[in-house]
Design a protein around this ligand. Structure first.
Ligand code: NCD
Length: 359
């Protein structure tokens, strides 16, 4: 009856159309504040931030390695992955980057998502906007933010104000947890092992200012029978707090100024760049640069299965003639980084379930 009456009365039909529209808009307004449910799954990074290696334990490192292994194989098999279709990554870099910025961007694209890149040199940071304001705005546009900043602790601060996952792509001389995860992943790939248990790792160079060695040490401490040789001049030694933390977890730690006596028994040789940008004066940097250069001669006395890693960029600390040695894994390491970052994005955006295969 009502329908009939409405049919003969265009005004009331219009009314009910308007009512329907209003109801729909109210529903859409409610939908716009929808937050994806945290499915009770086994993904330890679901909607989580990645800020420090401290947040990982052995089980969560292994979960990341499992997903990264799936991603690595998927890439090799040229499988198209669409796990992040419709999602957008915000790349916020307040410090220079080649690998980290490009690999996160490529990772998102390989998962079917898209990327917005903020160039800090042309952004409102130049007008004095704080990075916490920038991140509050960027998270309105994107689903996840990757951030690099020169100040220790800044990325954690950004994560406090942001609701979406925030990933630390390096905070000054603090940490670089995604590099450390990709270093572990590279070790597993290169040595064809399921875990780093039992390995001897020699880290060389600027251990004071190099954030990659800080984060890597913190991940390695969760594995069994690990030995770490820290090789640096006195002024660039591994900070005490890290040594104490790593030793307390059962890692056998030795500090020395030359790697000559340990290269023959090293499984993973991890070279780093002297971090010029962290020195107070050019003179102080000049005193430290060029102290270590890995050469073909060193490789002659190194173990046959040793692998050489370097987070890159390299300045002069690995002689180019070493590149042709099959043990030089640093460029393959960059490739592993892409797969690892695909895994991290898919996990943080809760697009993988640990019980299920990706390919
Ligand atoms: C490292 C970094 O930024 O800390 N680079 C990288 O992310 N691959 C190492 C360095 O700059 O020396």
């Amino acid at each position: 009856m009502f329908a009939e009456a409405e049919e003969h009365n265009p005004a009331s039909r219009q009314d009910s159309q308007a009512e329907r529209q209003e109801k729909r808009l109210a529903k859409l307004r409610r939908m716009a504040s929808y937050k994806p449910e945290l499915k009770k799954g086994t993904n330890p990074l679901a909607f989580a931030d990645v800020l420090t290696s401290k947040q990982f334990d052995r089980a969560s490192i292994e979960a990341v390695m499992t997903v990264a292994t799936e991603m690595h194989a998927a890439r090799a098999m040229q499988k198209k992955l669409d796990l992040c279709r419709g999602l957008i990554l915000g790349n916020l870099f307040f410090e220079p980057s080649t690998r980290t910025a490009c690999s996160f961007a490529t990772a998102m694209m390989r998962l079917g998502g898209e990327v917005v890149q903020l160039d800090a040199s042309t952004s409102s940071a130049q007008k004095g906007e704080t990075f916490t304001d920038t991140i509050r705005v960027m998270e309105n546009y994107t689903d996840c933010v990757v951030m690099r900043h020169p100040t220790v602790g800044s990325v954690a601060k950004a994560a406090e104000v942001a609701e979406n996952p925030v990933i630390n792509a390096g905070d000054g001389k603090g940490e670089h947890p995604t590099q450390a995860l990709l270093d572990i992943f590279t070790i597993l790939q290169e040595r064809d092992v399921a875990s780093p248990d039992g390995l001897t790792v020699t880290m060389v160079g600027d251990l004071k200012n190099g954030r990659t060695v800080h984060s890597l040490s913190r991940l390695l401490k969760h594995f069994d029978n690990i030995s770490i040789n820290y090789v640096a001049p006195d002024v660039l030694r591994m900070p005490r707090e890290y040594i104490e933390e790593i030793e307390a977890s059962g890692v056998k730690v030795r500090e020395m100024e030359s790697y000559r006596d340990v290269i023959g028994e090293t499984d993973v040789f991890y070279m780093t760049r002297v971090q010029k940008e962290r020195f107070e004066t050019e003179l102080e940097y000049e005193r430290c640069k060029g102290l270590y250069v890995l050469t073909k001669k060193d490789m002659d006395i190194a173990a046959k299965e040793m692998i050489v890693l370097h987070p890159l960029p390299r300045v002069d600390e690995i002689d180019m003639e070493v590149d042709a040695d099959p043990r030089a894994a640093y460029f393959r390491q960059a490739g592993c980084g892409l797969s690892l970052r695909m895994a991290l994005l898919a996990m943080c955006l809760n697009k993988v379930d640990m019980g299920k295969h990706v390919i």
